[in-house]
Every structure is written in structure tokens, then in C-alpha cells.
Design a protein around this ligand. Structure first.
Ligand code: ADP
Length: 523
């Protein structure tokens, strides 16, 4: 059976370890250690100093001492030799006598021990008595267990602080990463959803965390097939391959974002997956640019190839030495070649203009421009290409000139009138008319009696490469660049363009332009 004081000592140490697991803060833990040590050693006061970053020591916890008097006790630890682990008792007893007199307390005996973590002395523990009986060797022995306990508390607190600081650093990196970062558990439940993802998707962290990623991100192919259900790499893990998924996330407001997810599995010591870190990158622009490149390639190969093969075919036929073409056949053949060459020229101009626009090299050469005259010239030019359509011009007498770029406005008018011909395969009347709506704006409209445009397409037809997806519209050749350029040129002049149309009822395209764009843009 253990002697009584050994039992008490064991109980005290047990209490301190319990307090440690209950995660009391370091100074309360050290105070508890001091209290227990002081009780065991029949002391009345105690003090623990810890080493600071500048290597000096400073009081960290005390009992039975007036806080404001603590600096007066500095001589006790001031020049404790950190290499020797046994402070010189007679020397510090003398210093204690001076300090306690200055502090107005009566403390006569002191026992001090270093707090050690491995070879490093990280502080000292002092226990004081207010009566003359000196501390025995056994007292020192008892104190050493408390010193060890205090050293463990300090080390734990330090490790805890380090882990915390590291965790906060990692959290800050994840939280502030420019790319989306999501951490999910093996059941694909979201644990972390960073700021970038909140901003991009509009889904707040509280809503995302705790829910499955396949519901929140819900990536889909462009055909609407769920990537998360069909090909999630976390379910069908490719052996040795990288864990990657790509798909479209549709935001609540309808905007589509293409995401590329790279997953990295975090395994524990047993090789089991603990969590999965997903880098969620917004690649919408990249995919759009790729898509544009693809469209451009197919437009070039299809739309440019057709007139070239017609020209080549006619030229080859007309040039045959064994054939003796009459004048009328020759003239017809040459007319087709000229028409196709014009079409090719328009296509190439549109393509060049579109790429110039993209590169930002779009500058207007302004001069006084009479749109009514320009429209008349364009009509004369285009009327020769068709006998199914009848052009009508109607401009008011006082239709004012604008300040505009002649070449570009010519492209605008020929694109609009060319479309009016192209998309009225049955022919009909094409009206080109002008109007003055405000004092500083003019309007010009091109109205046809053709196939019309379904309302759902109105907002898209001015997009690059956009073509209405129906049989009638697709019968006409085209690149989907004409209206894109019309809009760009009109807007560069400070104006706007719009369409009024319903399927099968013809279309009216109207451009509205400021009479003086400089005044307009400054307004
Ligand atoms: P393109 O005619 O080369 O296809 P545009 O940019 O000029 O390209 O026109 C985009 C689309 O808008 C066309 O493909 C067509 O579907 C539709 N569109 C344009 N003008 C008309 C029109 N006058 N009538 C009917 N549809 C039109």
C-alpha cells in the first residue's frame, strides 16, 4: 500500500492530466500544477516562468503572490544558468528574502526546478514557504513530478497552437484560392466549400456543406446527361489514371458554367480514403474558345469550299477544249462564277472583320454619310443578283446625313439586304426605309416577306456563328457572322440594332444611329 502523501501526489497528478485532456488553457493548467505542488510541499506560494522567444524568462503562472509584485521577483530567475538544471538554492533564498521584503510579503524558503522538454529547459517552477523550514531533498523529488507535468502541459499547448496555426493557414489557403476548392468525404458529402465556389455558383457555404456534391454541383454533359451519375471518377475509379471530371453546372439563374474537377484522395495510415480534395476550375471561357475554333473550322471548310468548288467546276467546264460553248452559255457560266466570287468575297470580309473585332483592331473612319444614298447604291447592286425579289426604297426628304464609316456601313446594309434575299426563298418585296425618330437619331429598316425568325432566337441571332436551327433557315448557306458584325459596327457608331419578326411572317431589321456619334457618346 502506498504511503498517504504518495497517494495524494498520485491523485494530484491524475487531476492535472484530466484537466489537460479537458483542454484547460495553459495558464490555468500551470496554476493547477502550482496549487497541487504547493499543497504537497506545504508551501504558501508558487511561480512558473517560461522562456520567451528572446531567450529570457518571464512569469507565466503564479499562486499566493500579488500579480503587480511579480516583477520584483525577477532576480530569482534572472541569471539562472540554463545549462545547469539545479538552481543554486542558497543564492536564490537570499534573493527571495530581498524580493519578498520589497513586495511586502513574507516568504522565507524556496525550491526551484527546471521544466525540461528533452535537452531543452523551457522554464522553471518555484514553490515558496513563509516559515523557516527549508525544503528537503524529498521535497525536490516530489516537485520534479510536478515540473514534468508542467513541461508536458507546455509542450501540449505548443503542439496544439502549432497544429491550430497550420490548420488556419491551410483553411486560409483553401478559402482564398482563386480556383474553386471543395472537400468531400468518401460518401461524396461536401465538407468544405470555398469562397470562389460561393462566388461562382451563388450557392452559400451553409447550403452546400453537408449535402452530396452530385446534387449541389450536378455536372452534366452538353446533352444534359448527368456526369456525376454516369461517369463520376470517384465511383468508377480508373486504375492509375487521374481522377478528373468535366461538365456543365447550371446556376439557379440559368447561367451555365463548365467545370473541370481534379480529385485527390487523402488516405489514412491504413490506406483508406479519409477525404477527397476537389479542385474545381471554371473552364467556361476555354471551352467556348475551343467551340468557336471548331465552328470556325467547320464554317471555313463548308462555306468557303462550296463557292470555290462551284467556281472551279464552271471554270473547268467552260475551259474544255473539246466543247464549243455558245455566247449565252458562256455568259451564264461567267455570271455564276462572278456571283460565287462575290459571295466568297463577302464571306472572307466577314471572317476578317470578325477576327479584327476579336483582336480589338476595330477603328472607324468617320465622314459625313448619307445613309439614303448608301442604301440606294446597295439596292442597285443587290437587285442585279435576284429577279424574284423587288426592292422598294422610302426615305423622307429631310433624312439627315450621319457621321459614319462608309465601308463598314456598306457592309451593314449589304448584310441586312443580303439576308433579306437569302431568307425569302419564295421572293417578295424587300422594303428599305428610313425614319427620323428623335432630333439626334435616324433609323433605317430592311423589311422582307421571308421565312421569319422565331421569337426565342431574336436575342441570339446577333451572336457570333449563331444560325437559327430549322430546316428553312438551314437551306440557305451562311456563317452566322453577318449579324454579329452588323451589331458590332452599329454599336461602334453609338447605335443599336433589333429585329421584329415571327416565323413565316417576314422580318424587319432596324438600325438606329446617332446623327453625331461623338456627341452621343459624350452625353
Ligand atoms: P448567316 O446568314 O450567314 O447565317 P447572319 O449572322 O447574317 O448569318 O444571320 C444569323 C441567322 O439569323 C441566320 O442564320 C438566320 O437564321 C437568321 N436570319 C438573319 N436574317 C434573317 C432574315 N432576314 N430572315 C430570317 N432569318 C434571318
Amino acid at each position: 500500500m502506498l504511503p498517504d502523501f504518495r497517494l495524494r501526489q498520485r491523485d494530484y497528478l491524475l487531476n492535472i492530466s484530466r484537466a489537460m485532456t479537458a483542454r484547460l488553457d495553459l495558464s490555468s493548467l500551470l496554476e493547477l500544477t502550482l496549487q497541487s505542488a504547493s499543497d504537497m510541499l506545504a508551501g504558501q506560494a508558487g511561480l512558473i516562468t517560461l522562456r520567451r522567444s528572446d531567450n529570457s524568462f518571464a512569469p507565466y503562472a503564479s499562486i499566493g503572490l500579488p500579480i503587480q509584485a511579480l516583477p520584483l521577483f525577477k532576480p530569482l530567475w534572472e541569471d539562472l544558468d540554463s545549462d545547469s538544471d539545479q538552481p543554486d538554492t542558497s543564492n536564490i533564498t537570499f534573493r527571495l528574502a530581498l524580493a519578498s521584503r520589497a513586495a511586502g510579503v513574507t516568504l522565507r524558503q524556496v525550491v526551484a526546478l527546471p521544466l525540461e522538454i528533452g535537452p531543452e529547459i523551457i522554464g522553471y517552477i518555484f514553490i515558496f514557504r513563509n516559515h523557516g523550514a527549508a525544503f528537503s531533498e524529498n521535497d525536490q523529488h516530489v516537485l520534479s513530478s510536478f515540473a514534468n507535468q508542467a513541461a508536458i502541459s507546455v509542450q501540449n499547448a505548443r503542439l496544439y497552437q502549432e497544429v491550430n496555426a497550420e490548420r488556419e493557414r491551410l483553411n486560409a489557403i483553401i478559402e482564398n484560392s482563386g480556383d474553386g476548392v471543395m472537400i468531400i468525404n468518401p460518401y461524396r458529402i461536401i465538407q468544405t466549400w470555398n469562397k470562389a465556389l460561393v462566388q461562382q455558383t451563388g450557392i452559400p457555404t451553409e447550403e452546400a456543406v453537408g449535402r452530396p456534391c452530385y446534387e449541389i454541383l450536378n455536372l452534366q454533359t452538353s446533352q444534359g446527361v448527368s456526369v456525376c451519375h454516369a461517369t463520376c471518377p470517384l465511383i468508377r475509379r480508373p486504375t492509375g489514371g487521374r481522377l478528373y471530371a468535366e461538365g456543365i453546372h447550371r446556376r439557379a439563374d440559368g447561367l451555365a458554367i463548365t467545370y473541370a474537377d481534379n480529385y485527390s484522395l487523402q488516405t489514412n495510415a491504413d490506406g483508406e480514403v479519409g477525404q477527397i480534395i476537389a479542385n474545381v476550375r471554371d473552364i467556361t471561357q476555354f471551352r467556348e474558345a475551343e467551340q468557336l475554333k471548331q465552328t470556325l473550322l467547320s464554317v471555313i471548310s463548308h462555306e468557303l469550299k462550296t463557292p470555290v468548288s462551284i467556281i472551279k467546276g464552271y471554270a473547268g467546264t467552260l475551259a474544255r477544249e473539246d466543247a464549243n460553248w455558245d455566247k449565252a452559255t458562256l455568259a451564264d457560266g461567267l455570271a455564276v462564277i462572278e456571283e460565287e466570287a462575290d459571295r466568297l468575297d463577302r464571306l472572307i470580309t466577314n471572317l476578317l472583320e470578325a477576327s479584327r473585332l476579336q483582336a480589338g483592331g476595330f477603328k472607324l473612319r468617320l465622314s459625313d454619310l448619307n445613309l439614303a444614298d448608301l442604301a440606294k447604291n446597295a439596292v442597285e447592286n443587290l437587285q442585279t443578283t435576284t429577279d424574284k425579289h423587288q426592292f422598294e426604297l422610302d426615305f423622307p426628304e429631310d433624312y439627315p446625313p450621319i457621321s459614319g464609316d462608309y465601308e463598314r456601313m456598306w457592309e451593314v446594309l449589304t448584310n441586312l439586304m443580303g439576308n433579306a434575299i437569302k431568307y425569302s426563298p419564295e421572293g417578295g418585296i424587300i422594303s428599305v426605309f428610313g425614319d427620323v425618330t428623335h432630333a439626334d437619331m435616324v433609323q433605317l429598316s430592311v423589311r422582307d416577306e421571308g421565312i421569319g425568325i422565331p421569337p426565342a432566337d431574336h436575342e441570339h441571332i446577333f451572336d457570333r456563328f449563331y444560325r437559327v436551327d430549322n430546316r428553312l433557315a438551314r437551306q440557305a448557306p451562311g456563317t452566322g457572322l453577318g449579324l454579329f458584325l452588323v451589331k458590332a459596327v452599329v454599336e461602334a457608331h453609338g447605335g443599336r440594332v433589333w429585329v421584329e419578326s415571327t416565323s413565316g411572317q417576314g422580318s424587319t431589321f432596324t438600325i438606329e444611329l446617332p446623327i453625331d456619334p461623338q456627341n452621343k457618346t459624350q452625353a
